[in-house]
Design a protein around this ligand. Structure first.
Ligand code: B4P
Length: 187
C-alpha cells in the first residue's frame, strides 16, 4: 500500500506514520526527517537546506525530489510506503506523479489530518521545550502555518480531484486518531 499523509505542521503526521508503518508493514518516508539527517550529517544538501528550514520555508523542489527518489529506491520501500511531508506544494504533487509513473507505481490513498491552529501551536511549543527543534519557536511555527495554508493546503484538493482523499479528525489522543486512520484504510 502507498499512502500520502497530509496535514499542517504539528498535526501528528510523523507520530501517526510511525504507528501505521508497523500496522501496514510498509516504509515510513518523512522528507523532514531525511532533510534533518542531511543537516546533521553536514552534507552539501544539508548545508543548503538548514537556513531554509530554520526560517520555516520550503526547501527547493529539486533537492527534495532527489532525496525522495533515492529513498524510494531503497529495498524497504518495495512493499509500499507512507509519505509524510511530501508533496508539500502542487509542483511536488505533479513531480511525484511523474516519478511514480516512471516507477510504474500509484498512490492508493491520501489521508489528511485536520487539527485546529491553536492546538498545533500548543503541540509544537511543547515539542520545542522537550526537543529544542530549531524551527519550533512560536514565530517560526506561525510562519510554517502560513506556508502550509498558501502552498500545501491545495495539495489536498489535488488528491480530492483524483478521488483519493479522506479527511481525518486529528484532534484527540494519539490512539484515537490512529484508530480513525486504520478504519479509513479498511484495516
Ligand atoms: P517536517 O519535518 O515535515 O515538519 P512538519 O510538517 O512541520 O511536521 P512535524 O514533524 O512538525 O509535525 P507532526 O505533524 O509530526 O518539515 C520540517 C521542515 O522541513 C519544513 O518546514 C521544510 O523546511 C522542510 N521540508 C520537509 N518536507 C519538505 C518538502 N517536501 N519540501 C520542501 N521542504 C520540506 O507533529 C508532531 C508533534 O505533535 C509531535 O511533537 C507530537 O508529539 C505531537 N502530537 C502528535 N499527535 C498528537 C496528539 N494527538 N496530541 C498531542 N500531541 C500530539
Amino acid at each position: 500500500m502507498r499512502l500520502v499523509l497530509l496535514g499542517p505542521p504539528g498535526s501528528g503526521k510523523g507520530t501517526q506514520a510511525s504507528l501505521l508503518k508497523d500496522r501496514l508493514n510498509v516504509a515510513h518516508i518523512s522528507t523532514g526527517d531525511l532533510l534533518r539527517a542531511a543537516v546533521a550529517a553536514e552534507t552539501d544538501l544539508g548545508k543548503i537546506a538548514k537556513a531554509t528550514m530554520d526560517a520555516g520555508e520550503l526547501v527547493s523542489d529539486e533537492l527534495v525530489l532527489q532525496l525522495l527518489e533515492d529513498r524510494l529506491g531503497e529495498p524497504d520501500a518495495a512493499n509500499g510506503y507512507i509519505l509524510d511531508g511530501y508533496p508539500r506544494n502542487l509542483a511536488q504533487a505533479e513531480a511525484l506523479d511523474g516519478l511514480l509513473e516512471r516507477l510504474n507505481q500509484t498512490i492508493d490513498h491520501a489521508l489528511a489530518l485536520i487539527v485546529d491552529q491553536e492546538q498545533i501551536v500548543h503541540r509544537l511549543a511543547r515539542r520545542s521545550a522537550e526537543q529544542g527543534r530549531s524551527d519550533d519557536s512560536e514565530e517560526v511555527v506561525r510562519h510554517r502555518l502560513t506556508v502550509y495554508s498558501e502552498q500545501t493546503a491545495p495539495v489536498a484538493a489535488y488528491y480530492d480531484r483524483k478521488g483519493l482523499l479522506t479527511n481525518i479528525d486529528g484532534m484527540g489522543t494519539i490512539e484515537e486518531i490512529n484508530e480513525r486512520l486504520v478504519k479509513a484504510l479498511g484495516h
